[in-house]
Design a protein around this ligand. Structure first.
Ligand SMILES: Cc1ncc(COP(=O)(O)O)c(C=O)c1O
Length: 406
């Protein structure tokens, strides 16, 4: 990011930011004016709120889950007291790690996974173990095999969490198949012999589908409400500047998480919560998300066409995902080509004027070694013409590196 900021002519396919032009100034402006037009409501919004978050917003968030799931209003009423508003989903997933993980504990993560999540696991002194994915997301047979192995090694008690990003995942763009979602909850239950193994469903990219309906959440399969932590955010679908997310927690986690959140900030920005409640209520959030998924659909299809054009015929071992939502494309290059910061491709890309995120960051350490032949690319920030140019430069860099490897 530093390199991109210092060199504005560089095309950054690296930063996982949202499209700058899409940010909803036209939606937020009237909502702020309305919020402040009534002095009582305005002062309420400018005052501290509660640690758990604004009651009206929390009810509305649960209502949104019902609407998304196409189920009658009121079905998830019991989830409102278990719904906690957080400062982005980053805060929630950090707090979950703080509440659950002791040194030596184990988190099972997708391979590859959201690299930022590996930080809090490491901070807690816990271990992240990779579970392979395929086109349908997390492989449940591998998940079971790993649990079986850990059980045989006397390590099952250390397994506290299974972490999944079920929609248009960061970094691959791949989604968890509908038919794996219920069984994932069942597997977590089945192996919860002496303690509950929880599933952390990080749905950061939910609602950013390019058209196809998204399957019911993993959380919706947790009918007892004790196995899945649902983490949601408005950073991708609305505005990361508001930095608002929320979690729906198993009952047993609510107080521990609120105690920790109390220590962190005793409540997320109240003004932003009142604002979000307004845009959710008046329908402008939903209209914005529709526009946004149309925009990302166009950008993604331009980018994929440009990759086909510039890279498609370079080497049969180079391939990439074709996401149906979200912001990311995951590219695989031949095994011997190191995509890391110190490898030949990255420096060649900087010379060509294009940046990507080396894929190695997205792999947990265990089992070693971490693969080094992947790139995370994003079409979120660059314009369509920059995406075409970025693909051309990446193609030129790849071509030069493949020549020197050959
Ligand atoms: C998978 C995933 N989870 C969580 C987050 C955190 O987002 P925020 O804290 O802004 O809600 C991100 C941000 O990039 C993400 O990609």
């Amino acid at each position: 990011m530093q390199t991109a900021l210092e060199n504005p002519e560089i095309v950054s396919l690296a930063a996982g930011f949202v499209d700058q032009q899409s940010l909803p100034v036209e939606v937020v402006d009237p909502a702020v004016s309305e919020l402040l037009a009534d002095p009582i409501e305005g002062r309420r919004a400018l005052q501290y709120g509660t640690t758990i978050g604004d009651q009206a917003l929390r009810s509305r968030l649960v209502g949104e889950l019902e609407r998304e799931g196409g189920i009658p209003a009121g079905t998830y009423r019991d989830a409102v007291p278990r719904t906690v508003v957080t400062t982005g989903s980053a805060q929630l997933i950090y707090l979950v790690c703080e509440a659950l993980l002791d040194p030596g504990d184990i988190v099972l993560v997708e391979s590859p996974t959201y690299f930022v999540f590996l930080g809090p696991i490491e901070t807690r002194g816990a271990r992240a173990i990779r579970i392979p994915i395929d086109d349908g997301g997390l492989r449940l047979d591998d998940l079971e095999a790993t649990l079986q192995r850990l059980d045989a090694e006397g390590q099952l008690e250390r397994v506290k969490l299974i972490y999944t990003i079920p929609e248009h995942a960061n970094p691959t763009g791949i989604s968890l198949a509908a038919e794996r979602r219920g069984p994932l909850v069942e597997i977590a239950r089945k192996w919860s012999r002496k303690h509950q193994i929880l599933v952390l469903e990080d749905a950061a990219y939910r609602n950013l589908s390019f058209g196809a309906a998204e399957p019911p959440s993993v959380w919706s399969h947790d009918t007892r409400g004790d196995t899945v932590i649902l983490a949601r955010t408005f950073s991708k679908t609305f505005s990361p500047g508001l930095k608002l997310g929320f979690g729906v927690l198993p009952e047993a986690l609510v107080d521990p998480i609120l105690d920790l959140k109390g220590n962190h900030d005793f409540g997320s920005a109240n003004f932003n919560q009142r604002l979000l409640e307004r845009v959710l209520g008046n329908g402008s959030f939903r209209r914005h998300v529709e526009r946004l998924s149309g925009l990302y659909r166009r950008k993604c299809s331009t980018f994929l066409a440009a990759l086909d054009e510039s890279i498609g015929s370079l080497d049969p071992e180079i391939h990439w995902t074709r996401p149906e939502g979200g912001l990311f494309v995951w590219m695989t290059v031949p095994d011997g080509l190191d995509t890391g910061f110190d490898g030949p491709l990255f420096s060649r890309c900087v010379r060509e004027g294009v940046l990507y995120v080396p894929g190695e960051f997205a792999f947990a350490d265990e089992p070693p070694p971490r693969p080094r032949n992947h790139l995370r690319l994003t079409f979120g920030v660059p314009s369509e013409s920059e995406l075409v140019e970025g693909a051309r430069r990446l193609g030129a860099a790849l071509s030069a590196c493949l020549d020197s490897v050959a």
